[in-house]
Ligand binder design. Structure first.
Ligand SMILES: Nc1ncnc2c1ncn2[C@@H]1O[C@H](COP(=O)(O)OP(=O)(O)O)[C@@H](O)[C@H]1O
Ligand SMILES: [Mg+2]
Length: 308
């Protein structure tokens, strides 16, 4: 079955129930070509379950998935020929070179893959220098780029990555972002990146589909970060006098406070201001730590939507 659409991925009332539990609940969204989307939600929100249904790895209880117009249930081969996916950690044969792994993927592809395509894709993911080395010598970031190359060989319209930033350091995340941007631009591939971290999605995506308890919460637009917009950071500050600190910092968003510490959510540029205010008002500070802003902690506060 085929529906006429320009959307590389259209999900309609997608639902997954296992026994009495509803893991994904009538989820609907539609993606535009060539854009990078976040799939954002706290752990347990149902992201992986949704991705597994989209990719045909598990059955769909209710609803439809169309990849480039093809129904994953009724025309799985056609649908999958337009999809590239990396679930969990990228898996490659460590004792083979990156190139040999790519050849292996090319052999498994329904479409014949030219050596020109192989070259093109290796260049796209910046693996030219290491492609003939054994994969067991690769860093996590390199393995991931190899995984992206494998998923892109057959020129899918949509690439889905499930929590690709897990385990990457900030430099690795930045490189992943640059690679994905290039893929979206050069290949006009739509990309869906799942994560439970708002900050990481903000770095990589233009728009985000937000999921909580299996339901669509919101679709949010994210500022173009080419000019590095203000990032929110969470600060954990240990002080001598919490009451006074709260007074002094009343213009900032306080997430929580304990007997000897407060947690603030502030724009990156405001961090020096926080330090200054505490010092100016002689509130002794013993420690200040930055935490990654996680959805669980802060998304609902940020959007002021409440948890309904
Ligand atoms: N096979 C399963 N049987 C029952 N519950 C499951 C199964 N797989 C996942 N779950 C539950 O479904 C919910 C959604 O899980 P998941 O899709 O992995 O979330 P996410 O990827 O957003 O962290 C979680 O509460 C999880 O415990
Ligand atoms: Mg998951």
């Amino acid at each position: 079955m085929y529906v006429n659409t320009t959307s590389p991925l259209k999900v309609q009332n997608l639902t997954k129930r296992i026994k009495n539990a509803t893991l994904v609940d009538h989820l609907s969204f539609e993606l535009d070509p060539g854009k990078i989307y976040g799939f954002l939600g706290p752990n347990g929100a149902g992201k992986t379950t949704t991705i597994r249904m989209i990719t045909g790895l598990i059955s769909i209880t209710e609803g439809e998935v169309f990849i480039n117009g093809y129904d994953i249930k009724k025309s799985p081969q056609k649908a999958l020929s337009h999809l590239g996916v990396i679930v969990e950690n990228p898996s490659a044969y460590g004792y083979l070179s990156g190139y040999e792994n790519l050849q292996q993927s090319a052999r498994l592809s329904l479409k014949s893959i030219s050596s020109t395509r192989m070259k093109e894709i290796i260049k796209l993911v910046d693996l030219e220098h290491a492609i003939h080395n054994k994969v067991k010598t690769y860093s996590l970031g390199m393995r991931q780029r190899l995984g992206i190359a494998q998923a892109l060989l057959h020129e899918p319209s949509i690439l889905i990555l499930d929590e690709p930033t897990n385990g990457l350091d900030p430099a690795g995340i930045r490189q992943l972002r640059d690679n994905l941007k290039q893929v979206a631009r050069d290949e006009n591939t739509t990309i869906l990146v799942s994560s439970h971290l708002l900050q990481e999605i903000e770095m990589i995506c233009e728009e985000a589909i937000v999921l909580d308890k299996g339901k669509l919460v919101d679709v949010i637009k994210i500022k173009d970060d080419s000019t590095e917009p203000s990032k929110m950071v969470s600060l954990l500050i240990e002080v001598s006098n919490v009451g006074k600190a709260l007074d002094v910092l009343s213009s900032f968003q306080v997430v929580q406070s304990t007997e000897n510490a407060i947690e603030l959510l502030v724009e990156q540029e405001q961090v020096p201001n926080v330090v200054y205010k505490l010092a100016e008002n002689r509130v002794d500070m013993y420690e200040m730590k930055r935490k990654a802003v996680s959805l669980e902690d802060h998304f609902l506060t940020l959007t002021a939507k409440g948890s309904n």
